[in-house]
Design a protein around this ligand. Sequence first.
Ligand SMILES: [Zn+2]
Ligand SMILES: [Zn+2]
Length: 199
Amino acid sequence: MSKHVTEPALAVDVRELLQKPGAHKHVVVRAPLDDLATPVASVPPDRPVTVDAEIESVVEGVLVTGTVSTTALVSCVRCLRQFDQELEVPVRELFALGPGEDEDEGYAVLPDDRLPLDTMARDALVLGFPAFPLHRPDCAGLCPVCGADRNTVDCGHGGSETIDPRWAGLAGLTLPEGFGEPQGGAPMNKEEDDARPQA
Ligand SMILES: [Zn+2]
Ligand SMILES: [Zn+2]
């Protein structure tokens, strides 16, 4: 999943740490990242991503331990409503010194001694996106008959039982308000109303 990025948005100079195992520093870097979207969640370009991490020099390279955080825009899987969700994903990744034999085989320190954090941050956030987001735990979802948002509208199509698509059209027919209830007192002007139209 690591893709080559020419100019990382999230980069940290680690020159003073290299070749000094045990040396470390704390960094907080913040920048927007592009290409951060899945079918259920995304991080729009106007929302920065923050990497807050301790960077430690080790024999094999540089160890990054901390969190990647942002505010994702998430779609409720039941009602499709979009809502914000704070994400804070823990990370602990080794950046090797110099490119490995296979470039896709993990993270590496750049030749100019900078640590490119974009791919790590992107990978962490995508894994941290909720798999089954609900805008609230008891979201009532959309009506399978008419598509109404059941959180805001009572369309009268009953519970969540599955409706045979062959009867979906009939289910869409609604009875008038008060149908079947006893008529309380109002006289029925049956005779007059039934007057036949003049031929
Ligand atoms: Zn919902
Ligand atoms: Zn409905």
